[in-house]
Design a binder for this molecule. Structure first.
Ligand SMILES: [Zn+2]
Length: 100
């Protein structure tokens, strides 16, 4: 079995709904070239804090698992790291500094 890498994850507030603001954990997926989105609770009740290590299953649409463990970052998500395209949602842009 191949050991899957630990990747960074960034918390990002979503659109407020019914008085609650959902939080997403955005994870950069190299094989897919997009941000995968995982649920992370709400602003009032976040599942994670910076520094946490969480086990998440990658949402890859092909039979490749690109990550297994996500390290929650203190750094906020920068919108310049994402570009939305009609057929390729949430593309990772050149502005994203990939960790070594
Ligand atoms: Zn993927």
């Amino acid at each position: 079995m191949t050991k899957l890498p630990t990747v960074p994850g960034y918390l990002r507030p979503g659109q407020p709904q019914g008085g609650r603001t959902p939080l997403a954990l955005l994870v950069p997926c190299r094989p897919c070239g997009v941000w995968h989105r995982h649920g992370a609770g709400t602003m009032d009740g976040p599942y994670y804090k910076p520094g946490d290590l969480t086990h998440r299953v990658a949402h890859c649409p092909r039979p490749v698992d690109s990550y297994e463990w996500v390290r929650v970052q203190a750094e906020p998500f920068d919108p310049r790291w994402m570009r939305n395209r009609r057929r390729a949602f949430s593309v990772i842009t050149e502005a994203y500094p990939w960790p070594a």
